[in-house]
Design a binder for this molecule. Sequence first.
Ligand code: PMV
Length: 309
Amino acid sequence: MATASAPGKVILFGEHAVVYGKPAIACAINKRAYAKVKKNSSGKINIKAEVKDLRYVKKSIEVSFEQFNIGSGIDIEVSSEIPSASGLGSSAAVSVATLYAIAKEFRKSISKSGLAKLGHRVEKEVQGAASPTDTATSAFGGILLIEPSKNKIEPLDYVNLNLVIGYTGEEKSTKELVRIVKEKKERNKVLESIIECIGGVTCEAQELISEISVASSEKEKAKKYAALGELMDINHGLLESLGVGTLRLAQLVHAARINGALGAKITGAGGGGCMIALASSEKRKKISAAMEKLGFTAINAEIDREGAK
Ligand code: PMV
């Protein structure tokens, strides 16, 4: 029997602008999807899945069987700690974990970039179109810079980020929100500058992350974390102006700020789904308690460094 797991993700900076060629920063979080696979002699594929959307499990089985020339039956169990359709990359994590567990059970070697590619194929075949961000982040882990103009996804220096994820409980459709922004952009030329501006915020955040990773004193680090939080606030305002904010997201963002977050913003497509707050370790509890008091789900998360394993 083989087991594998793969993390979910949040987008730290640059969502939506990335659709128009600007850079974005995503990071893997320590919430995972798990897969357990065992060959069987019946020739049947028996799936036991505690996930909402079985299509990603089925497609991952189909794609890996084709890729690795597998003809045997399997018993497979899949579960996930990541809420679905929330923007936390649950379908990518489920796909990557399933693909990896199957590869391991049949002793097929596959690199992280191979896993990211196969995972992306699964997402594309299920959804029709998909960005490679979620599957790459899930496969590699850590913090990644996504640069569509250079067709590049590259790891950034590792820094520890204490995140509180606030989940509105509302499922959202990324496709629909990308369409809403596109239409608004066609109506309002000023959105081009806003998208440009989001790209600028992402570049500044990238610099700050590398400065935090080499900061020599705690005092210097704290100053840089505060600056990173401020950039999150700015990014949030810009996302609001694209029209992807909701009342529930705004309530969560303000609850986080009032309770001491260094910064807070929508993460992912918006229109529901999740927001993230950057916090010091001391403030994290207070922020998540405030979110839960308002009736939302709070998830304390850190950056996952390992990716698929
Ligand atoms: O909410 P998510 O994880 O589906 O993020 C969507 C990010 C967008 O920039 C809005 C779309 C994309 O494909 O990059």
